[in-house]
Design a protein around this ligand. Structure first.
Ligand code: HEM
Length: 489
């Protein structure tokens, strides 16, 4: 079992990187006739080669590079011209984001360029499907995720995993004064939780984790993920998930369990392949996104002791209000009372969005609200990272980490998802958003009450991995210290 889950983690991690490189490679080599009329800005562009030189120079810092250009462009929309191909529209303009994600949703499906590679690797996973197959899966997922029974069950599982697996690792690291890669720990941990929520399987991935884990750089991941090993990993993950699903199909018919896969078995004639693809899809959608959010959150918190103090006070206040003993876990209702923590997590994802960009393909000629012409077949990408740092959206303190901007009289206030498309927006908004907040809040509350997380080299800006999710190159080395009374003065 361990091999399966170790391989699965590796596969998920490396596949998004491979996908991105594949995607970028395809987008600079796909032959198409360019037709373009636009009022938008562009990166430096030359006859015949378009923006290729700049693109190659900046491809390892694609997110930062496009952000710099978007912020300097009046409409916050640019065209990336590639030789002999369609331009790619890149936008950070909330009106355009609303247009592609909601108002003109049907005109901007998941395009073949985005889906073909992932489909070949993973099968019919939900977030690459269009049309009826997507609608069917989404209906079941949204219904399940919004049920109170599921939320309560999720809280129990997350709390149990936190206290039996995560906290003991942190305790040990604190006792032995070891450096941990927090990102790597979160990867294993979130994978555990997702496996239990999805199909009641406990992979025990954390139990196998050494105290000072190996961490993988992007290049190492790519080496390890070389063709043969990559195929082996896919084959292992497929075989094991098929085995799990086969057993579940026999066991679950007529006997409902409290996990997500049971809901898909309950609805209609589920096959092993269908359930396997759903399983992989949810593991992909829910693991690295929450890992990214947690990792950047602890990094940003390490240089914001004022915010840390407020969170600790809020967690302690909720504990006191409900007369809970130290170490006793919080329930769903209590977690929802932590508005400051909710704001602090939301604010950290504004500056470091777990999914920094998202791409759609235009299915018929169109004009975006800012006047940009988009032709059929062109890809339109929104850059959530750029949007998080725009003065136009967040005001002149846009670069400051300020959870208070999300609070009114201490109560968390939502912002328009078109200004803050961290969970996507419109009909395809993240199906696991509420679950993600429950997970992250519960984990942070449990960790922060008990430990101080000391980021090593906290003044260094971590390097971003070129991936679909915003992970840190080299992980996040931390030391862990038992919290003393320093915040109680
Ligand atoms: C902080 C954590 C998370 C963030 C920032 C996030 C963000 C996103 C984004 C941006 C999308 C749109 C992707 C696209 O259209 O290509 C998405 C879709 C999705 N997410 Fe999440 N996600 C998070 C956690 C989760 C979790 C924990 C789950 C559940 C296991 C989940 C399940 C899904 C699903 C099923 C979709 C596909 C929705 C659809 O296509 O209709 N997500 N998420």
């Amino acid at each position: 079992m361990d091999t399966f889950f170790e391989q699965s983690l590796l596969l998920i991690y490396s596949s998004v990187i491979l996908f991105l490189l594949h995607y970028i490679h395809k987008s600079i080599s796909r032959p198409k006739t360019p037709t373009e009329t636009t009022n938008s800005g562009t990166p430096k562009s030359y006859p015949l080669i378009g923006s290729l030189l700049d693109f190659i120079k900046n491809r390892s810092r694609f997110i930062d590079w496009t952000t710099e250009i978007l912020l300097a462009t009046p409409t916050n929309t640019i065209l990336l011209r590639r030789p002999g191909m369609d331009p790619m529209v890149i936008t950070a303009n909330p009106s355009n984001v609303k247009h592609i994600l909601m108002t003109n949703f049907d005109r901007y499906p998941k395009g073949e360029l985005f889906t073909s590679h992932l489909r070949a690797v993973f099968g019919q996973v939900m977030f690459i499907l269009n049309g009826e197959p997507w609608k069917d899966q989404r209906r079941i997922a949204v219904h399940e995720f919004s049920s109170t029974t599921f939320c309560n069950c999720a809280v129990n599982i997350i709390a149990q995993e936190t206290h039996t697996m995560l906290i003991p690792i942190l305790e040990r690291a604190s006792r032995m004064n070891h450096v941990l890669d927090l990102q790597e720990i979160f990867e294993r941990f979130m994978f555990n939780i997702l496996s239990r929520l999805m199909f009641s399987e406990d992979p025990g991935a954390l139990k196998a984790s050494p105290l000072v884990p190996l961490h993988m750089e992007g290049e190492e991941v790519l080496n390890i993920g070389s063709e043969r090993r990559f195929k082996d990993s896919i084959s292992i993950i497929h075989k094991n998930l098929e085995r799990i699903m086969q057993t579940r199909l026999i066991e679950t018919r007529g006997v409902s369990k409290d996990d997500i896969i049971s809901r898909f078995i309950d609805h209609g004639d589920a096959t092993v392949d269908y359930l396997r693809d759903i399983g992989i899809g949810f593991l992909l959608a829910g693991t690295d996104t929450t890992v990214s959010s947690l990792t950047w959150f602890f990094w940003i918190l390490s240089s914001n002791p004022r915010v840390e103090k407020q969170i600790v006070e809020e967690v302690e206040a909720v504990r006191a209000k409900h007369s809970k003993n130290p170490g006793e876990t919080f329930n769903f209702k209590e977690i929802r009372e932590m508005h400051y923590l909710h704001a602090a997590i939301t604010e950290s994802m504004r500056l470091y969005p777990p999914v920094p960009f998202n791409v759609k393909t235009c299915s018929s000629d169109d004009v975006l609200p800012d006047g940009t012409l988009v032709k059929k077949g062109w890809n339109v990408l929104y850059n959530a990272f750029a949007m998080g740092t725009m003065e136009k959206i967040w005001g002149n303190d846009c670069l400051e980490y300020k959870p208070e901007r999300w609070l009114e009289d201490g109560i968390f206030q939502q912002q328009s998802p078109f200004r803050y498309p961290i969970f996507n927006a419109g009909p395809r908004m993240c199906a696991g958003k509420d679950l993600a907040y429950i997970q992250i809040k519960l984990i942070v509350a449990s960790m922060i009450e008990r430990f101080v997380i000391e980021v090593q080299d906290d003044h260094m800006q971590p390097e971003k991995i070129l991936s679909l999710t915003l992970l840190m190159k080299g992980g996040l080395p931390v030391k862990v210290r038992e919290r003393c009374s320093e915040f109680k003065n």
